[in-house]
Design a protein around this ligand. Structure first.
Ligand code: ATP
Length: 599
């Protein structure tokens, strides 16, 4: 089954990957060979600077691009690395050791300052990082016994590999190039493994990422620690290369912006975009500076600004957006998901015997200000049962879902889930609910738009399968069942609403849940899709999954549910078998008004 789905897609993808790999190796080879071949001091300096900025920007991109946290304080970690290297060198300790000491300190500092900052989003996060940068700037000025204050610090001129100081430029190029390749390799590894998927998912839709069991704060902290450590390592080398360091340039906002700028221009969130940004921008500014000398102070800022404006206008996805298109085959995969034939009829449905209790909800109360949104709601879900949750708009159904998936705390009452161990648990957050096997969808679909269909489903699969190939195989199996197999390589955003709803369910199903909470998966889809969705839900239940479904499509509620609960103004007004419930006068009144109850 897996092969059928993967063969047509895998062939062009493999060819595309090979071409891209060849282009990358050629670019890296050119960066190393050009200065060696030309053997000119200035050219060497330009290429060493390209390597340094490409490395710094790639490290920044792990946080700014993959995780979507626009840090403008990365010079903190650069400065820590540079100062650690030079201070230890002055104590007679090799910068190779200083490099790791700086990386360790930077990682710890990054976690400490980022933890509170991650509560902030967008410009507020950026502003907070600038504030911390200024704190470090002031500290470096103040503790002049250690840092040399405003006058800065020189390195002792010990020449040789041990001290990272050379008369020739070639050894410096070898180190800068090696470090840049190392940072690129780390970034590539992250992006193509679970951590990268989780970071991008967190960036794209934090709620959906949490529902997929991702500890969103934890993955961001891991990213920032790695990014800070890599930045500090490059900072140590750059300090030794410049032979001098002072607070103004080490903890500089302009420097932080410059690092971010390469990634923005090259392609934010792509692995190799920052490299392209540095390859384009560094030579332009360095040549201009070389030509204009002292008259060109601040020229690089002007160049970056001008290029950024052009990029935003003409190639909003950065240079990688253009390069990526060259390596992309003609889109044979992006056709809409509607081509899959819908079953003519919903298959015959024989409700199984209800199993043991798996979810217990007792006396849940929630207020939003003066509004009593859920009022003493209690119910039980049994294994293999499909429970329909219906009620007029604003009845409190989604609020109830949020409380039984850990997204919202109840004012009072309990939600208990029976674990695989047979014990009852009271989880408190989405990750704990996910660990116990509770998966949910959202009323408004939450695809990870920057990912393909396959990658979207993999985010769910990573919950059970930490290894990328296992997660991919699980995602493909799930896609096959959901009728999404032909669209694995399509951008999620190219699916129709029916396709997106199926993708939402597929992502949760890839988590292999024991309890599935479906929030209006049939709203807004066509009749063929409704029939397909009903069939899908039955087959999901056949696999042993218990389902609670909020649904307005009565055809689905009636043909699927073993048991129905009706909420109105936050209270359970009726429950029982579907037929009995829809004939209940209280239910008719809640939906249609008093005048219809006797009709
Ligand atoms: N975060 C919030 N703050 C304040 N009020 C809220 C909040 N979330 C929901 N509400 C209100 O609580 C009530 C119940 O909303 P909820 O979304 O749970 O209803 P629902 O039954 O799911 O409705 P629908 O079928 O339209 O989705 C509504 O009046 C809504 O406006």
């Amino acid at each position: 089954m897996t092969d059928q789905t993967s063969t047509p897609i895998a062939a062009p993808k493999a060819a595309r990957n090979t071409t891209a790999a060849i282009a990358l190796v050629a670019l890296l080879a050119a960066i190393f060979i050009t200065p060696v071949a030309l053997n000119d001091q200035f050219i060497y300096h330009i290429f060493i600077t390209i390597c340094i900025f490409a490395g710094l920007s790639t490290a920044w991109n792990i946080v700014g691009g993959f995780a979507g946290q626009l840090s403008l304080g990365h010079a903190i970690f650069y400065g820590i690395g540079a100062y650690a290297g030079i201070m230890l060198t002055n104590l007679g300790i090799s910068p190779w050791i200083g490099m790791f000491a700086g990386a360790g300190i930077a990682a710890v500092v990054a976690v400490i300052i980022s933890y509170p900052c991650f509560r902030l989003h967008g410009p507020f996060f950026a502003l907070a990082t600038i504030a911390f940068l200024e704190v470090f700037h002031q500290l470096a000025l103040h503790f002049r016994d250690f840092t040399g204050g405003a006058t800065g610090m020189m390195i002792p001129l010990n020449i040789g590999w041990e001290w990272m100081v050379f008369r020739e430029r070639l050894p410096a190029l070898i180190i800068a190039f090696g470090m840049m390749c190392f940072i690129l390799a780390v970034a590539w590894w992250i992006r193509s493994h679970r951590l990268g998927f989780q970071l991008v998912a967190t960036r794209e839709r934090e709620s959906a990422a949490r529902a997929a069991g991702i500890g969103t704060v934890k993955v961001r902290l891991i990213a920032v620690a790695i990014s800070a450590a890599l930045t500090a390592m490059m900072g140590t080398f750059h300090g030794m290369y410049l032979t001098f360091i002072e607070p103004e340039s080490a903890f500089s906002l302009a420097f932080s912006i410059q690092i971010a700028m390469f990634a923005l221009i090259g392609g934010l969130g792509t692995v190799f975009g920052p490299l392209l940004g540095a390859v384009l921008l560094v030579p332009i500014t360095e040549f201009a500076r070389g030509a204009l000398g002292a008259e060109a102070v601040g020229l690089h800022g002007f160049v970056y600004g001008a290029v950024l404006v052009l990029v935003v206008i003409f190639i909003p996805n950065g240079l990688m957006g253009v390069v990526g298109r060259w390596f992309k085959p003609a889109d044979t995969e992006g056709k809409q998901a509607e081509a899959v034939a819908a079953p003519d009829e919903v298959r015959a449905f024989t409700p199984p015997e209800p199993g043991e209790e798996i979810v217990r909800v007792r006396n849940l109360n929630k207020h939003f200000g003066g509004l009593h949104v859920t009022n003493d709601v209690s119910f039980t879900l049994r294994e293999g049962e499909i429970l329909g949750l219906i009620g007029p708009n604003g009845a409190g159904k989604t609020t109830l879902f949020n409380m039984i998936s850990g997204f919202l705390d109840a004012d009072s009452g309990t939600v208990e889930i029976k674990g695989k161990d047979g014990k009852w648990h009271k989880p408190t957050n989405p990750a704990d609910f996910a660990t116990l096997g509770v998966g949910r969808t959202f009323q408004i679909v939450q695809p990870f738009a920057a990912m393909t269909v396959e990658e979207n489903i993999m985010v769910g699969a990573f919950h059970r399968y930490p290894h990328v190939e296992d997660a991919r195989a699980a995602a493909r199996r799930t896609a096959e069942k959901m009728g999404l197999a032909p669209y694995l390589n399509s951008e999620a955003s190219s699916l129709t609403i029916g396709g997106l709803k199926r993708l939402e369910v597929a992502r949760v199903m890839a988590m292999e849940p024991r309890v599935l909470l479906l929030d209006e998966v049939m709203a807004g889809i066509n009749q063929a899709d409704v029939r397909r969705a009903i069939d899908l839900m039955l087959s999901i239940r056949d696999e042993g999954v218990s389902i609670i479904a909020i649904e307005h499509v009565m055809q689905a509620v009636m043909s699927l549910s073993d048991h129905v609960i009706v909420l109105s103004s936050g209270e359970v007004i009726a429950e029982g078998k579907p037929k009995a419930v829809v004939e209940d006068p209280q239910v008719i009144e809640a939906y249609l008004g008093k005048e219809f109850t006797h009709a």
